[in-house]
Design a protein around this ligand. Sequence first.
Ligand code: ARG
Length: 583
Amino acid sequence: MEKILDIITAKMQQAFVDAGYDASFGRVTVSNRPDLCEYQCNGALSAAKTYKCAPIQIAKAVVEKLDEGDYSLVEAVMPGFINLKLSDSFLQNYLEAMRTAPDFGVEKVGAGKTIVVDYGGPNVAKPLHIGHLRSAIIGEAMKRLHKFMGYNAIGDIHLGDWGLQMGLIITELQERQPDLPYFDPDFEGEYPAEAPFTISELEEIYPAASAKKKEDPDFADRAHTATFELQQGRRGYRAIWEHIMRLSVADMTRIYDNLDVHFESWLGESDADPYIPAMVQDLKDRGLAVQSEGAWVVPVAEETDKKEIPPMILVKSDGSAIYATTDLATMVQRMQDFKPDKMLYLTDKRQALHFEQVFRAARKSGIVAADTELEHVGFGTMNGKDGKPFKTREGGVMRLERLIAEMTDFVRAKVVENQIVSPDEVEETTAKIALAALKYGDLSNQPTKDYVFDMDRFAAFEGNTGPYILYTIVRVKSIIAKYGQYKHLSIQAPANQYAKDLMLAITKFGPALESALKSSAPNLICAYIYELAGAVNKFYHETRILGEEDEQKKAGYIALIGLAKDILEACISILGFSAPEKM
Ligand code: ARG
Protein backbone atom coordinates (compact mmCIF):
# COMPACT_ATOMS: atom_id res chain seq x y z
CA MET A 1 0.00 0.00 0.00
CA GLU A 2 1.08 3.52 -0.64
CA LYS A 3 2.22 5.32 2.51
CA ILE A 4 0.01 8.13 3.79
CA LEU A 5 2.76 10.70 3.44
CA ASP A 6 3.19 9.76 -0.21
CA ILE A 7 -0.55 9.95 -0.84
CA ILE A 8 -1.03 13.36 0.70
CA THR A 9 2.22 14.70 -0.75
CA ALA A 10 1.02 13.75 -4.24
CA LYS A 11 -2.28 15.52 -3.59
CA MET A 12 -0.50 18.56 -2.19
CA GLN A 13 1.75 18.74 -5.25
CA GLN A 14 -1.32 18.66 -7.47
CA ALA A 15 -2.84 21.49 -5.42
CA PHE A 16 0.30 23.61 -5.90
CA VAL A 17 0.09 22.99 -9.64
CA ASP A 18 -3.63 23.77 -9.73
CA ALA A 19 -2.93 27.03 -7.92
CA GLY A 20 -0.27 27.92 -10.49
CA TYR A 21 2.91 26.93 -8.63
CA ASP A 22 5.54 24.30 -9.14
CA ALA A 23 4.78 20.79 -7.84
CA SER A 24 8.17 20.53 -6.08
CA PHE A 25 6.94 22.80 -3.28
CA GLY A 26 4.25 20.36 -2.23
CA ARG A 27 6.24 18.15 0.13
CA VAL A 28 4.30 17.13 3.24
CA THR A 29 5.95 16.05 6.50
CA VAL A 30 4.75 14.65 9.79
CA SER A 31 3.95 17.65 11.99
CA ASN A 32 6.52 18.79 14.50
CA ARG A 33 3.67 20.42 16.42
CA PRO A 34 1.33 17.48 17.10
CA ASP A 35 -0.71 19.78 19.35
CA LEU A 36 -1.69 21.82 16.28
CA CYS A 37 -1.91 19.29 13.47
CA GLU A 38 -0.90 15.83 12.27
CA TYR A 39 0.85 16.75 9.02
CA GLN A 40 2.20 19.96 7.59
CA CYS A 41 3.52 21.49 4.39
CA ASN A 42 6.01 24.36 4.50
CA GLY A 43 6.39 24.66 0.74
CA ALA A 44 4.68 28.05 0.47
CA LEU A 45 7.58 29.60 2.40
CA SER A 46 10.14 28.57 -0.22
CA ALA A 47 7.72 29.17 -3.09
CA ALA A 48 7.36 32.78 -1.91
CA LYS A 49 11.01 33.42 -2.76
CA THR A 50 10.62 32.03 -6.25
CA TYR A 51 7.32 33.77 -7.00
CA LYS A 52 8.14 36.93 -5.03
CA CYS A 53 4.93 37.23 -3.10
CA ALA A 54 3.73 36.69 0.48
CA PRO A 55 3.90 33.03 1.57
CA ILE A 56 0.49 33.18 3.24
CA GLN A 57 -1.05 34.21 -0.07
CA ILE A 58 0.35 31.07 -1.73
CA ALA A 59 -0.64 28.85 1.21
CA LYS A 60 -4.21 30.15 1.05
CA ALA A 61 -4.45 29.63 -2.70
CA VAL A 62 -3.17 26.06 -2.37
CA VAL A 63 -5.54 25.22 0.48
CA GLU A 64 -8.43 26.27 -1.79
CA LYS A 65 -7.44 23.50 -4.20
CA LEU A 66 -7.25 20.65 -1.66
CA ASP A 67 -10.02 18.08 -1.38
CA GLU A 68 -11.83 18.83 1.87
CA GLY A 69 -13.00 15.26 2.20
CA ASP A 70 -9.45 14.15 3.03
CA TYR A 71 -9.02 16.42 6.02
CA SER A 72 -10.80 17.38 9.20
CA LEU A 73 -8.51 20.37 9.37
CA VAL A 74 -6.80 22.15 6.55
CA GLU A 75 -5.66 25.68 7.16
CA ALA A 76 -3.11 28.23 6.05
CA VAL A 77 -1.49 29.91 9.03
CA MET A 78 1.01 32.75 9.31
CA PRO A 79 3.58 33.15 7.97
CA GLY A 80 2.67 30.51 5.37
CA PHE A 81 2.36 27.02 6.86
CA ILE A 82 -0.32 24.60 5.76
CA ASN A 83 -1.58 22.53 8.70
CA LEU A 84 -3.45 19.29 8.15
CA LYS A 85 -5.45 16.77 10.11
CA LEU A 86 -6.74 13.69 8.35
CA SER A 87 -10.48 13.26 8.14
CA ASP A 88 -12.24 10.40 9.87
CA SER A 89 -13.24 8.83 6.61
CA PHE A 90 -9.71 8.99 5.21
CA LEU A 91 -8.38 7.15 8.27
CA GLN A 92 -11.18 4.65 8.29
CA ASN A 93 -10.64 3.75 4.64
CA TYR A 94 -6.89 3.56 5.04
CA LEU A 95 -7.04 1.27 8.07
CA GLU A 96 -9.66 -0.94 6.51
CA ALA A 97 -7.36 -1.36 3.52
CA MET A 98 -4.48 -2.19 5.87
CA ARG A 99 -6.61 -4.67 7.77
CA THR A 100 -7.60 -6.59 4.67
CA ALA A 101 -4.28 -6.46 2.79
CA PRO A 102 -1.63 -9.19 3.16
CA ASP A 103 0.87 -8.22 5.90
CA PHE A 104 -1.14 -5.05 6.58
CA GLY A 105 -0.28 -3.57 3.22
CA VAL A 106 3.44 -3.17 3.89
CA GLU A 107 5.26 -2.62 0.62
CA LYS A 108 7.58 -5.55 -0.12
CA VAL A 109 10.62 -3.44 -0.94
CA GLY A 110 12.85 -6.53 -0.95
CA ALA A 111 10.84 -8.58 -3.43
CA GLY A 112 13.17 -10.44 -5.79
CA LYS A 113 16.24 -9.55 -3.72
CA THR A 114 18.55 -11.76 -1.70
CA ILE A 115 20.45 -10.85 1.44
CA VAL A 116 22.94 -12.87 3.45
CA VAL A 117 22.88 -11.91 7.12
CA ASP A 118 26.08 -13.05 8.83
CA TYR A 119 25.48 -13.22 12.57
CA GLY A 120 26.02 -15.37 15.61
CA GLY A 121 29.62 -16.15 14.71
CA PRO A 122 30.30 -18.49 17.64
CA ASN A 123 33.56 -20.37 17.89
CA VAL A 124 33.24 -24.11 18.21
CA ALA A 125 34.53 -25.74 21.38
CA LYS A 126 34.20 -22.46 23.24
CA PRO A 127 31.09 -21.93 25.33
CA LEU A 128 28.75 -19.18 24.16
CA HIS A 129 29.12 -16.17 26.42
CA ILE A 130 27.34 -12.84 26.59
CA GLY A 131 29.64 -11.44 23.91
CA HIS A 132 27.60 -13.57 21.52
CA LEU A 133 24.22 -12.40 22.75
CA ARG A 134 23.92 -9.15 20.83
CA SER A 135 24.96 -10.62 17.51
CA ALA A 136 22.36 -13.37 17.91
CA ILE A 137 19.55 -11.04 18.97
CA ILE A 138 20.18 -8.15 16.59
CA GLY A 139 21.09 -10.45 13.71
CA GLU A 140 17.94 -12.55 14.08
CA ALA A 141 15.80 -9.39 14.17
CA MET A 142 17.48 -7.93 11.08
CA LYS A 143 17.05 -11.20 9.22
CA ARG A 144 13.37 -11.47 10.12
CA LEU A 145 12.82 -7.83 9.19
CA HIS A 146 14.31 -8.44 5.75
CA LYS A 147 12.13 -11.53 5.33
CA PHE A 148 9.04 -9.57 6.26
CA MET A 149 9.97 -6.92 3.70
CA GLY A 150 10.07 -9.54 0.97
CA TYR A 151 13.76 -10.41 0.80
CA ASN A 152 15.06 -13.91 0.40
CA ALA A 153 17.02 -13.64 3.65
CA ILE A 154 19.67 -16.23 4.46
CA GLY A 155 20.97 -16.23 8.02
CA ASP A 156 24.48 -17.64 8.08
CA ILE A 157 26.10 -18.47 11.42
CA HIS A 158 29.66 -18.35 10.03
CA LEU A 159 31.12 -20.69 12.65
CA GLY A 160 34.63 -20.07 13.88
CA ASP A 161 35.73 -23.62 13.18
CA TRP A 162 39.06 -23.37 11.48
CA GLY A 163 41.61 -21.46 13.47
CA LEU A 164 44.26 -22.11 16.07
CA GLN A 165 41.69 -23.17 18.65
CA MET A 166 41.34 -26.43 16.74
CA GLY A 167 45.09 -27.06 16.78
CA LEU A 168 45.18 -26.25 20.49
CA ILE A 169 42.50 -28.80 21.31
CA ILE A 170 44.13 -31.48 19.19
CA THR A 171 47.52 -30.88 20.83
CA GLU A 172 46.10 -30.87 24.35
CA LEU A 173 44.14 -34.02 23.64
CA GLN A 174 47.29 -35.71 22.40
CA GLU A 175 49.07 -34.85 25.66
CA ARG A 176 46.24 -36.32 27.68
CA GLN A 177 45.48 -39.39 25.61
CA PRO A 178 48.51 -40.04 23.38
CA ASP A 179 47.39 -43.57 22.55
CA LEU A 180 44.24 -42.60 20.67
CA PRO A 181 44.30 -43.83 17.05
CA TYR A 182 43.83 -40.26 15.76
CA PHE A 183 47.46 -39.49 16.55
CA ASP A 184 48.93 -42.60 14.92
CA PRO A 185 50.02 -41.54 11.42
CA ASP A 186 50.03 -45.18 10.29
CA PHE A 187 46.51 -45.94 11.45
CA GLU A 188 44.39 -46.95 8.50
CA GLY A 189 41.22 -48.33 10.14
CA GLU A 190 37.93 -46.69 10.93
CA TYR A 191 38.00 -44.13 13.74
CA PRO A 192 35.54 -44.60 16.60
CA ALA A 193 32.08 -43.12 16.07
CA GLU A 194 31.99 -41.81 19.64
CA ALA A 195 34.08 -38.75 20.49
CA PRO A 196 36.84 -39.32 23.06
CA PHE A 197 35.42 -36.41 25.09
CA THR A 198 32.10 -34.90 26.16
CA ILE A 199 31.03 -31.33 25.49
CA SER A 200 31.86 -30.27 29.05
CA GLU A 201 35.29 -31.89 28.80
CA LEU A 202 35.79 -30.06 25.55
CA GLU A 203 34.89 -26.77 27.17
CA GLU A 204 37.53 -27.47 29.80
CA ILE A 205 40.20 -28.66 27.32
CA TYR A 206 40.16 -25.49 25.28
CA PRO A 207 40.89 -22.94 28.03
CA ALA A 208 43.53 -25.28 29.49
CA ALA A 209 45.25 -25.49 26.11
CA SER A 210 44.92 -21.78 25.57
CA ALA A 211 46.64 -21.07 28.90
CA LYS A 212 49.43 -23.55 28.09
CA LYS A 213 50.06 -21.84 24.77
CA LYS A 214 51.01 -18.66 26.60
CA GLU A 215 53.50 -20.33 28.93
CA ASP A 216 54.93 -23.07 26.78
CA PRO A 217 56.40 -22.00 23.42
CA ASP A 218 56.96 -25.61 22.43
CA PHE A 219 53.30 -26.43 23.01
CA ALA A 220 52.34 -23.35 21.01
CA ASP A 221 54.54 -24.52 18.13
CA ARG A 222 52.97 -27.96 18.12
CA ALA A 223 49.49 -26.40 18.15
CA HIS A 224 50.38 -24.28 15.13
CA THR A 225 51.66 -27.35 13.32
CA ALA A 226 48.52 -29.29 14.23
CA THR A 227 46.36 -26.44 12.89
CA PHE A 228 48.34 -26.43 9.67
CA GLU A 229 48.14 -30.22 9.29
CA LEU A 230 44.42 -30.19 10.00
CA GLN A 231 43.97 -27.59 7.28
CA GLN A 232 46.07 -29.73 4.93
CA GLY A 233 43.64 -32.57 5.58
CA ARG A 234 45.51 -34.94 7.95
CA ARG A 235 43.05 -37.79 8.40
CA GLY A 236 43.20 -38.34 12.17
CA TYR A 237 42.93 -34.62 12.85
CA ARG A 238 39.97 -34.29 10.51
CA ALA A 239 38.27 -37.05 12.48
CA ILE A 240 38.84 -35.23 15.79
CA TRP A 241 37.62 -32.04 14.15
CA GLU A 242 34.43 -33.77 13.10
CA HIS A 243 33.83 -35.00 16.66
CA ILE A 244 34.33 -31.47 17.97
CA MET A 245 31.98 -30.06 15.36
CA ARG A 246 29.22 -32.55 16.05
CA LEU A 247 29.20 -32.01 19.82
CA SER A 248 29.66 -28.30 19.62
CA VAL A 249 27.01 -27.65 16.98
CA ALA A 250 24.45 -29.74 18.90
CA ASP A 251 25.15 -27.73 22.02
CA MET A 252 24.93 -24.40 20.20
CA THR A 253 21.70 -25.36 18.50
CA ARG A 254 20.14 -26.05 21.86
CA ILE A 255 21.12 -22.64 23.24
CA TYR A 256 20.14 -20.73 20.09
CA ASP A 257 16.80 -22.58 20.11
CA ASN A 258 16.20 -21.24 23.60
CA LEU A 259 16.73 -17.77 22.21
CA ASP A 260 14.43 -18.52 19.26
CA VAL A 261 17.38 -17.86 16.97
CA HIS A 262 17.66 -20.05 13.90
CA PHE A 263 20.09 -20.16 10.99
CA GLU A 264 19.34 -21.12 7.40
CA SER A 265 23.00 -21.85 6.82
CA TRP A 266 25.46 -23.49 9.20
CA LEU A 267 28.59 -22.89 7.18
CA GLY A 268 31.81 -21.89 8.85
CA GLU A 269 35.29 -20.63 8.19
CA SER A 270 36.32 -24.16 7.21
CA ASP A 271 33.86 -24.10 4.32
CA ALA A 272 35.68 -21.10 2.88
CA ASP A 273 38.93 -23.04 2.80
CA PRO A 274 38.49 -24.66 -0.63
CA TYR A 275 38.08 -21.20 -2.16
CA ILE A 276 41.30 -19.83 -0.73
CA PRO A 277 44.05 -21.19 -3.04
CA ALA A 278 42.50 -19.96 -6.30
CA MET A 279 41.52 -16.65 -4.76
CA VAL A 280 45.03 -16.03 -3.40
CA GLN A 281 46.61 -17.00 -6.71
CA ASP A 282 44.32 -14.67 -8.59
CA LEU A 283 45.05 -11.74 -6.28
CA LYS A 284 48.78 -12.36 -6.69
CA ASP A 285 48.52 -12.69 -10.48
CA ARG A 286 46.67 -9.42 -10.78
CA GLY A 287 49.18 -7.64 -8.55
CA LEU A 288 46.48 -6.85 -6.00
CA ALA A 289 48.33 -8.84 -3.34
CA VAL A 290 51.91 -7.79 -2.69
CA GLN A 291 54.69 -9.21 -0.57
CA SER A 292 55.51 -7.52 2.70
CA GLU A 293 57.93 -8.90 5.29
CA GLY A 294 57.39 -12.43 4.06
CA ALA A 295 53.59 -12.16 4.11
CA TRP A 296 51.16 -11.45 1.27
CA VAL A 297 48.99 -8.41 1.86
CA VAL A 298 46.34 -6.45 -0.03
CA PRO A 299 46.93 -2.70 0.33
CA VAL A 300 43.57 -1.03 0.86
CA ALA A 301 44.45 2.52 1.93
CA GLU A 302 42.77 5.32 -0.01
CA GLU A 303 43.90 8.88 -0.52
CA THR A 304 40.85 10.29 1.21
CA ASP A 305 41.46 8.29 4.42
CA LYS A 306 41.56 10.44 7.54
CA LYS A 307 43.15 7.70 9.61
CA GLU A 308 45.56 5.05 8.47
CA ILE A 309 43.99 1.86 7.12
CA PRO A 310 46.65 -0.87 7.20
CA PRO A 311 46.79 -3.45 4.41
CA MET A 312 44.69 -6.58 4.75
CA ILE A 313 46.85 -9.60 5.53
CA LEU A 314 46.04 -12.36 3.06
CA VAL A 315 48.67 -15.01 3.79
CA LYS A 316 50.95 -14.94 6.81
CA SER A 317 54.69 -15.48 6.45
CA ASP A 318 54.28 -19.11 7.58
CA GLY A 319 51.88 -19.69 4.69
CA SER A 320 48.70 -19.85 6.74
CA ALA A 321 45.42 -18.10 6.03
CA ILE A 322 43.85 -15.89 8.69
CA TYR A 323 40.48 -14.44 9.70
CA ALA A 324 40.42 -11.88 6.88
CA THR A 325 41.37 -14.53 4.31
CA THR A 326 38.42 -16.72 5.26
CA ASP A 327 36.05 -13.76 5.23
CA LEU A 328 37.15 -12.80 1.73
CA ALA A 329 36.93 -16.40 0.52
CA THR A 330 33.46 -16.67 2.08
CA MET A 331 32.44 -13.76 -0.12
CA VAL A 332 33.66 -15.66 -3.16
CA GLN A 333 31.48 -18.57 -2.11
CA ARG A 334 28.42 -16.41 -1.35
CA MET A 335 28.66 -14.57 -4.67
CA GLN A 336 28.86 -17.92 -6.44
CA ASP A 337 26.01 -19.56 -4.53
CA PHE A 338 23.55 -16.68 -4.11
CA LYS A 339 24.75 -13.56 -5.92
CA PRO A 340 23.18 -11.60 -3.04
CA ASP A 341 22.08 -7.99 -3.34
CA LYS A 342 23.49 -7.40 0.09
CA MET A 343 25.70 -8.97 2.75
CA LEU A 344 25.09 -7.72 6.25
CA TYR A 345 27.50 -8.54 9.10
CA LEU A 346 26.77 -8.17 12.79
CA THR A 347 29.63 -8.19 15.25
CA ASP A 348 31.06 -6.20 18.09
CA LYS A 349 32.19 -2.78 16.86
CA ARG A 350 35.79 -3.63 17.74
CA GLN A 351 35.83 -5.55 14.46
CA ALA A 352 35.07 -2.42 12.43
CA LEU A 353 38.59 -2.13 10.99
CA HIS A 354 38.63 -5.80 10.00
CA PHE A 355 35.45 -5.38 7.96
CA GLU A 356 36.61 -2.09 6.47
CA GLN A 357 39.73 -3.87 5.19
CA VAL A 358 37.86 -6.93 3.93
CA PHE A 359 35.17 -4.82 2.21
CA ARG A 360 37.78 -2.70 0.48
CA ALA A 361 39.70 -5.76 -0.67
CA ALA A 362 36.45 -7.26 -1.95
CA ARG A 363 35.67 -4.10 -3.93
CA LYS A 364 39.17 -3.59 -5.28
CA SER A 365 39.38 -7.15 -6.51
CA GLY A 366 35.83 -7.29 -7.81
CA ILE A 367 35.17 -10.39 -5.67
CA VAL A 368 31.93 -8.68 -4.71
CA ALA A 369 29.90 -7.19 -7.56
CA ALA A 370 29.60 -3.42 -7.62
CA ASP A 371 25.84 -3.61 -7.11
CA THR A 372 26.08 -5.89 -4.09
CA GLU A 373 25.85 -3.82 -0.95
CA LEU A 374 28.16 -4.55 1.99
CA GLU A 375 27.38 -3.40 5.50
CA HIS A 376 28.86 -4.05 8.90
CA VAL A 377 26.78 -3.19 11.93
CA GLY A 378 29.20 -2.90 14.83
CA PHE A 379 27.43 -2.95 18.12
CA GLY A 380 28.35 -1.68 21.56
CA THR A 381 28.97 -3.68 24.71
CA MET A 382 26.48 -4.98 27.22
CA ASN A 383 27.65 -3.58 30.53
CA GLY A 384 26.87 -4.27 34.16
CA LYS A 385 25.55 -1.57 36.47
CA ASP A 386 29.17 -0.61 37.20
CA GLY A 387 29.53 0.46 33.56
CA LYS A 388 32.03 -2.33 32.82
CA PRO A 389 31.40 -5.35 30.56
CA PHE A 390 28.85 -7.58 32.22
CA LYS A 391 30.32 -10.26 34.49
CA THR A 392 29.07 -13.00 36.76
CA ARG A 393 28.71 -12.14 40.43
CA GLU A 394 32.05 -13.86 40.99
CA GLY A 395 33.63 -11.62 38.36
CA GLY A 396 34.00 -14.22 35.61
CA VAL A 397 32.83 -14.23 32.01
CA MET A 398 29.08 -14.73 31.92
CA ARG A 399 27.95 -17.73 29.93
CA LEU A 400 24.97 -17.16 27.73
CA GLU A 401 23.18 -20.16 29.21
CA ARG A 402 23.60 -18.84 32.70
CA LEU A 403 22.37 -15.39 31.75
CA ILE A 404 19.23 -16.88 30.21
CA ALA A 405 18.74 -19.06 33.29
CA GLU A 406 19.07 -16.09 35.66
CA MET A 407 16.57 -14.02 33.71
CA THR A 408 14.21 -17.00 33.60
CA ASP A 409 14.46 -17.57 37.38
CA PHE A 410 13.79 -13.91 38.02
CA VAL A 411 10.70 -13.87 35.81
CA ARG A 412 9.44 -17.22 37.10
CA ALA A 413 9.39 -15.87 40.65
CA LYS A 414 7.10 -13.05 39.51
CA VAL A 415 4.84 -15.34 37.52
CA VAL A 416 4.45 -17.65 40.51
CA GLU A 417 4.05 -14.87 43.06
CA ASN A 418 1.38 -13.04 41.06
CA GLN A 419 -0.37 -16.34 40.26
CA ILE A 420 -0.52 -15.33 36.64
CA VAL A 421 -1.23 -18.78 35.24
CA SER A 422 -2.02 -22.26 36.49
CA PRO A 423 1.00 -24.29 37.66
CA ASP A 424 1.26 -26.33 34.46
CA GLU A 425 1.55 -23.17 32.36
CA VAL A 426 4.21 -21.48 34.48
CA GLU A 427 7.19 -22.65 32.43
CA GLU A 428 5.85 -21.68 29.03
CA THR A 429 4.62 -18.27 30.18
CA THR A 430 7.87 -17.63 32.02
CA ALA A 431 9.97 -18.50 28.98
CA LYS A 432 8.04 -16.09 26.78
CA ILE A 433 8.24 -13.19 29.20
CA ALA A 434 11.92 -13.79 29.93
CA LEU A 435 12.79 -13.86 26.24
CA ALA A 436 10.85 -10.65 25.64
CA ALA A 437 12.63 -8.98 28.56
CA LEU A 438 16.06 -10.02 27.34
CA LYS A 439 15.56 -9.25 23.66
CA TYR A 440 13.62 -6.01 24.00
CA GLY A 441 16.11 -4.83 26.64
CA ASP A 442 18.80 -5.21 24.02
CA LEU A 443 16.95 -4.25 20.85
CA SER A 444 15.43 -1.07 22.22
CA ASN A 445 18.93 0.46 22.28
CA GLN A 446 20.62 1.82 19.21
CA PRO A 447 22.88 -1.08 18.13
CA THR A 448 26.09 0.96 18.17
CA LYS A 449 25.60 2.12 21.75
CA ASP A 450 26.71 0.33 24.90
CA TYR A 451 23.90 -0.45 27.30
CA VAL A 452 23.46 -1.53 30.89
CA PHE A 453 21.95 -4.93 31.55
CA ASP A 454 19.42 -4.31 34.29
CA MET A 455 17.28 -7.32 35.06
CA ASP A 456 14.78 -5.43 37.25
CA ARG A 457 14.15 -2.84 34.61
CA PHE A 458 14.09 -5.23 31.62
CA ALA A 459 11.61 -7.57 33.30
CA ALA A 460 9.29 -4.85 34.64
CA PHE A 461 5.70 -5.06 33.42
CA GLU A 462 5.55 -1.27 33.12
CA GLY A 463 7.70 1.20 31.24
CA ASN A 464 9.51 0.77 27.95
CA THR A 465 10.03 -2.98 28.27
CA GLY A 466 9.31 -6.23 26.47
CA PRO A 467 6.91 -7.47 29.17
CA TYR A 468 4.92 -4.21 28.91
CA ILE A 469 4.42 -4.84 25.18
CA LEU A 470 3.37 -8.44 25.90
CA TYR A 471 1.04 -7.22 28.62
CA THR A 472 -0.70 -4.91 26.15
CA ILE A 473 -1.13 -7.73 23.66
CA VAL A 474 -2.45 -10.07 26.35
CA ARG A 475 -4.89 -7.42 27.54
CA VAL A 476 -6.38 -7.13 24.05
CA LYS A 477 -6.43 -10.90 23.65
CA SER A 478 -8.47 -11.24 26.82
CA ILE A 479 -10.99 -8.61 25.69
CA ILE A 480 -11.33 -10.36 22.35
CA ALA A 481 -11.69 -13.73 24.08
CA LYS A 482 -14.71 -12.35 25.91
CA TYR A 483 -16.14 -10.84 22.72
CA GLY A 484 -15.65 -13.68 20.23
CA GLN A 485 -14.62 -13.66 16.56
CA TYR A 486 -13.10 -10.40 15.32
CA LYS A 487 -11.28 -11.05 12.07
CA HIS A 488 -14.36 -10.27 9.97
CA LEU A 489 -15.16 -6.94 11.65
CA SER A 490 -14.59 -3.75 9.65
CA ILE A 491 -12.82 -0.64 10.84
CA GLN A 492 -15.15 2.24 11.63
CA ALA A 493 -14.63 5.99 11.79
CA PRO A 494 -12.87 6.99 15.05
CA ALA A 495 -15.32 7.26 17.93
CA ASN A 496 -13.18 9.63 19.99
CA GLN A 497 -9.80 11.32 20.04
CA TYR A 498 -8.17 8.24 21.62
CA ALA A 499 -9.44 6.08 18.82
CA LYS A 500 -8.10 8.55 16.32
CA ASP A 501 -4.68 8.65 17.97
CA LEU A 502 -4.61 4.87 17.91
CA MET A 503 -5.55 4.84 14.23
CA LEU A 504 -2.81 7.33 13.42
CA ALA A 505 -0.29 5.17 15.31
CA ILE A 506 -1.39 2.11 13.32
CA THR A 507 -0.78 3.90 10.02
CA LYS A 508 2.88 4.37 10.95
CA PHE A 509 3.58 0.62 10.85
CA GLY A 510 4.98 0.46 7.30
CA PRO A 511 7.06 3.64 7.61
CA ALA A 512 8.54 2.38 10.91
CA LEU A 513 9.63 -0.91 9.33
CA GLU A 514 11.10 0.90 6.35
CA SER A 515 13.19 3.20 8.52
CA ALA A 516 14.38 0.29 10.64
CA LEU A 517 15.41 -1.54 7.49
CA LYS A 518 17.13 1.43 5.93
CA SER A 519 19.22 2.24 8.99
CA SER A 520 19.67 -1.35 10.27
CA ALA A 521 18.06 -0.19 13.49
CA PRO A 522 15.60 -2.60 15.15
CA ASN A 523 15.38 -0.05 17.97
CA LEU A 524 13.08 1.95 15.66
CA ILE A 525 10.62 -0.97 15.71
CA CYS A 526 10.80 -0.98 19.51
CA ALA A 527 10.12 2.76 19.62
CA TYR A 528 7.20 2.23 17.28
CA ILE A 529 5.54 -0.54 19.28
CA TYR A 530 6.07 1.38 22.50
CA GLU A 531 4.10 4.24 20.97
CA LEU A 532 1.47 1.90 19.56
CA ALA A 533 1.06 0.03 22.85
CA GLY A 534 0.69 3.37 24.62
CA ALA A 535 -2.09 4.38 22.21
CA VAL A 536 -3.85 1.03 22.75
CA ASN A 537 -3.74 1.42 26.53
CA LYS A 538 -4.90 5.02 26.42
CA PHE A 539 -7.86 4.04 24.25
CA TYR A 540 -8.65 1.12 26.55
CA HIS A 541 -8.64 3.30 29.66
CA GLU A 542 -10.77 6.04 28.13
CA THR A 543 -13.34 3.94 26.32
CA ARG A 544 -15.92 1.44 27.56
CA ILE A 545 -15.30 -1.33 25.12
CA LEU A 546 -17.19 -4.46 26.20
CA GLY A 547 -19.63 -2.30 28.17
CA GLU A 548 -20.66 -0.35 25.05
CA GLU A 549 -24.37 -0.87 24.44
CA ASP A 550 -24.43 0.00 20.77
CA GLU A 551 -23.43 -3.35 19.21
CA GLN A 552 -22.39 -1.70 15.99
CA LYS A 553 -20.01 0.65 17.81
CA LYS A 554 -18.69 -2.15 19.99
CA ALA A 555 -17.80 -4.16 16.89
CA GLY A 556 -15.84 -1.15 15.61
CA TYR A 557 -13.86 -0.95 18.87
CA ILE A 558 -13.02 -4.62 18.71
CA ALA A 559 -11.96 -4.35 15.07
CA LEU A 560 -9.65 -1.49 15.97
CA ILE A 561 -7.92 -3.07 18.98
CA GLY A 562 -7.82 -6.36 17.11
CA LEU A 563 -5.89 -4.74 14.27
CA ALA A 564 -3.57 -3.00 16.76
CA LYS A 565 -2.89 -6.33 18.47
CA ASP A 566 -2.20 -8.10 15.19
CA ILE A 567 0.30 -5.42 14.25
CA LEU A 568 1.97 -5.56 17.66
CA GLU A 569 2.30 -9.31 17.25
CA ALA A 570 3.74 -8.94 13.76
CA CYS A 571 6.33 -6.54 15.19
CA ILE A 572 7.40 -8.74 18.08
CA SER A 573 7.64 -11.69 15.76
CA ILE A 574 10.11 -9.65 13.69
CA LEU A 575 11.99 -8.81 16.88
CA GLY A 576 12.11 -12.52 17.69
CA PHE A 577 9.74 -13.14 20.58
CA SER A 578 6.06 -13.89 21.13
CA ALA A 579 3.24 -13.25 23.59
CA PRO A 580 1.72 -15.74 26.05
CA GLU A 581 -2.04 -16.20 26.38
CA LYS A 582 -2.20 -14.83 29.90
CA MET A 583 -0.05 -12.53 31.93
N1 ARG B 1 33.92 -15.96 15.12
C1 ARG B 1 34.16 -14.55 15.09
C2 ARG B 1 34.54 -14.06 16.48
O1 ARG B 1 34.28 -14.70 17.46
C3 ARG B 1 32.95 -13.77 14.62
C4 ARG B 1 32.56 -14.02 13.18
C5 ARG B 1 31.82 -12.87 12.59
N2 ARG B 1 31.53 -13.03 11.17
C6 ARG B 1 32.42 -12.90 10.20
N3 ARG B 1 32.05 -13.15 8.96
N4 ARG B 1 33.66 -12.55 10.43
O2 ARG B 1 35.09 -12.98 16.58
